[in-house]
Design a binder for this molecule. Structure first.
Ligand code: FE
Length: 151
């Protein structure tokens, strides 16, 4: 199996076959840094999963009635018990769509669409790229970016 190491802005990665292991630097932003990774490695589509710990997170909740996101910031130490997401192309840019589950000090969980989170400890991810362009277009009915496999 072909194995290669890569480094970028606040991330390092090992690629084994088509799969990447990715480690982010402490104190960096998860969304910002992973976006740098997918754009640097030209990951066109696929799946990502991850775990770690953060000191701050901004979650978004989509209100279908207003078709707007409501953002909320949580500033406390939390375990990232899971991040799951996908990669697609939106308006010509490789884009991540991430959801997160966060474990609080009292062992309850927070969850939502992840806008950004600041790592406090570590953050480790596995990317499963799919090597084809996949485009998302804003759907008029829902107001959400959805896969358009005809594009
Ligand atoms: Fe979402």
């Amino acid at each position: 199996m072909d194995v290669q190491n890569f480094k970028g802005n606040n991330w390092s990665a090992k690629k084994a076959g088509s799969v990447y292991l990715v480690s982010l630097k402490n104190h960096s932003g998860i969304t910002e840094t992973l976006t740098d990774f997918i754009q640097d490695q030209n990951i066109l589509a696929g799946e990502v999963t991850g775990i770690g710990a953060v000191s701050e997170a901004i979650l978004r909740f989509f209100n279908p009635a207003t078709q707007k996101y409501v953002d909320k910031t949580f500033k406390e130490q939390m375990e990232v018990t899971n991040i799951s997401g996908n990669v697609s192309e939106i308006e010509g840019k490789l884009t991540l769509h991430l959801h997160i589950t966060l474990g609080r000090e009292d062992y309850t969980a927070l969850a939502g669409h992840l806008l950004e989170a600041k790592i406090q400890g570590a953050a480790e991810f596995i990317f499963y790229p799919i090597n084809t362009r996949v485009i998302k277009i804003k759907d008029q009915e829902t107001g959400i970016n959805l896969y358009d496999f005809e594009k």
